[in-house]
Design a binder for this molecule. Structure first.
Ligand code: G3H
Ligand code: 13P
Ligand code: ZN
Length: 308
């Protein structure tokens, strides 16, 4: 299936009350794992490339690889720029065939974020490509010393409504207590689900949850058993993800869990088979481990069987 724009995937998700995974990739094996899992489960999928992934793998390589895999596996897929910060990168993605872009000006003050996002929306819409924007800062609620400090980082529902109305962005990433990486919470995980419901009431476009990896116990245990040093790694519990989907999240970004799965599989293989030096055997194990994680996410998010 040819690549589709992400609105064709996310509008039905919003209407149908399920979420679609946006999985980060930067190489062939991660991409194959995403497509094989999506194909088996007949799930639509968003394949996400960060600016640094593009720097690593190249625009043309990534586009041709993802376009081909979408055709080959007959999967409904969008190719998405994740956390675009540089206008030049956004424009290059549009020119190179990306079917979805994110502009992340969330570190800027509200008015500046609106100005930058509006500019990108104008350019991307001329190319027929939808735009994800972000309002609020991703950080664990507990990281702030006072509750008021945390509030300042999280997305304000009224501001979200104003932001969407003024920028005409197509999807909005919200801050409700998640953060990127493998160390999301020092104590108990806290996600502000009430805030999410309030945003959902005021904003009708699909909402996005970044920093949504769960750091699954089995995946972490495998990596740790074979030498990874990740003390205190903690993610968003799966129940909290399900709750977020039921309260209106339509796109869920996952990178860390794929990286952990990759690392655990490679570490185990190298440790148990020190005589093997064929990269295909080593990375082939990682591809299987990532595929397992992607399958689990698709089932958790409710997008199994939703490919059009
Ligand atoms: O949100 C960040 C993603 O995990 C991408 O990370 O910039 O290291 O590719 P990266
Ligand atoms: P994780 O680090 O929780 O996987 O989040 C990934 C992400 O938000 C990519 O944009
Ligand atoms: Zn993110």
């Amino acid at each position: 299936m040819a690549l589709v724009t992400s609105d064709r995937i996310l509008k039905p998700a919003r209407d149908g009350g399920y979420a679609v995974g946006a999985f980060n990739t930067s190489n062939l094996e991660i991409s194959q794992a995403i497509f094989e899992a999506a194909s088996e489960l007949r799930a639509p999928v968003i394949v996400a490339t960060s600016e640094s992934a593009i720097k690593y793998a190249g625009y043309v390589n990534l586009f041709n690889m993802i376009k081909h895999l979408a055709d080959y596996y007959d999967v409904t897929a969008a190719l998405h720029l994740d956390h675009g910060k540089d206008l030049e990168v956004v424009v290059k993605c549009l020119r190179n065939g990306w079917t979805s872009v994110m502009i992340d000006a969330s570190k800027e003050p509200f008015e500046e974020n609106i100005a930058i996002t509006s500019e990108v929306v104008k350019i991307a819409h001329m190319a027929g490509v939808p735009v994800e924007a972000e309002l609020g800062r991703l950080s664990g609620i507990e990281d702030a010393v006072k509750v008021a400090d945390a509030e300042a980082y999280l997305t304000d529902p009224d501001q979200a409504a104003e932001f969407v109305q003024r920028t005409h962005c197509d999807f909005l990433a919200v801050a409700i207590g998640t953060s990127h990486g493998a160390y999301k919470f020092k104590g108990d995980p806290r996600i502000d689900h009430e805030r999410l419901s309030a945003i959902t009431e005021k904003v009708s476009i699909p909402l996005v949850l970044h920093g949504a990896s769960s750091v699954p116990e089995d995946v972490l245990a495998r990596a740790s058993k074979f030498g990874a040093k990740l003390p205190g790694a903690k993610g968003v519990p799966e129940e909290a993800i399900s709750e977020a989907v039921s309260r209106g999240i339509s796109k869920i970004n996952i990178d860390t869990d794929l990286r952990l799965a990759f690392t655990g599989a490679v570490r185990q293989f190298l440790s148990e088979k020190p005589e093997v030096f064929d990269p295909r055997k080593i990375i082939g194990e990682a591809r299987e481990a990532i595929k397992d994680v992607v399958r689990r996410k698709i089932q958790l998010f409710g997008s199994e069987g939703k490919a059009g």
